[in-house]
Design a protein around this ligand. Sequence first.
Ligand code: ARG
Length: 471
Amino acid sequence: QSNSLWGGRFQEQIASTALEYTESLAVDAAMLTEDIWGSKAHVIMLGANGIIDDEDTRAILSGLESARREVDENTFTLDVADEDVHMNVERYVTSRHGKRGARMHTARSRNDQVITDTRLHTRGLILGIEREVIALQDTLLTLAADHTDTLSMGYTHTQHAQPITIGYWATAYVGMFRRDLVRLRNAYRSTDINPLGAGALAGTSFPTDRRLTTELLGFADVQENGLDAVSSRDFGLEFLSALAILVSNISKIAEEIVYWSTHEFRLVEVADGYAMGSSMMPQKKNPCVAELIRGKTGKVYGRLVELLTMMKGIPTGYNRDLQEDKPPIWEASASAASTIRTLNGLLSTLRFNPDRMRELAHKNFALATEVADYLVKTQNIPFRECHRIVGETVGSLYRRNLTFENVEETVQALAAAGAKVTAEEIAPVLDPVVSVNSHTSLGGTAPAEVLRMIKAERERLEEHTHDVDAR
Ligand code: ARG
């Protein structure tokens, strides 16, 4: 007979290749604590409903409690021969409490057990990510508040578009990451349901109380249908989808830091602590940290695709393929967590270069829209016509290698295109500070509006923080 806990039916031992190929201990070890917690809840429930007697209940609980202590003290040993954490914990209890211990798996299957553990562990992972995003939001909001007046260039098509401020740029990311937080909370809600009590797939004839285990494990609700409970991994897909979108936003910010720190742009400089040199070229300061933040996005996307592919075409009921759900969840989560934390450090030490931005704003016609708007307001010319006038003006200056800094030539070119203005009146229109300050529309780049957005985002962030603390 096989000495495995399920070995009654078998006459031979499992082949070592088969055991090595199928065991999941290194991955499962992450949820040892949850496995013991889940077993305690199950055994308390069995005892409370007279499914096992009080002495058995006490014996098993004391076995589980000493297992928990060993896990906390890092002395709990895992034996590969027992395949996974569930069997290891059960072996630990039965080896100490014999026949009493052997009752702990009454009215339970590893199928509902493993997914209970996975959901419990994933809940913690999601909360951990939410906390990292909250810390990042705090950094971005502080940065935004410090830079409501710091000029920056706004781009479309990576071409100079209109002046903005660094505070405005930072609050754009705050909006993105706020929606990431909402997606993470939704994934948490999908995760926070109790599959324990589903049994192998069909429930059980024992008088179990699934509401009690739900309460003991702090789940928001019971996951009712047992077949659904043992088959579903959609919570993992939801979490990884939320992470994939989150890191796509992070990759965007990393990319901006990489090319804004080129000599050609010179809009930002990363701190020495977040840059690296070259082994051959002594002058180099490479934004390696930002590049790796951008690069590690691939891992999270890959893990999502891995889980999606693994889940495709698996029929209902537990199938062993499902064991492959944990590595992608653990690894995508760990990668995203360290990425967010590192970005936080990179951003809080980043230096901005408003002088360079001012230089760019003047040299490349970024105030052209302001000139057109000025003509609309002061000369009652329709916008489309003003667009043409300013377009012709820019074209004429550009062909002669001139810029808006050449105010006299600008005034002449405007007149030739059909708009009479004086140098005195056009000078302030060509000032990026004046431009930024005037963009007071809802969600505009004016410092007052950015301050209002910062305040509103701070309030939303505090609400989300309370919500995380309460979970
Ligand atoms: N190690 C397995 C997993 O992670 C536990 C469940 C095994 N169930 C089974 N029927 N073989 O999915």
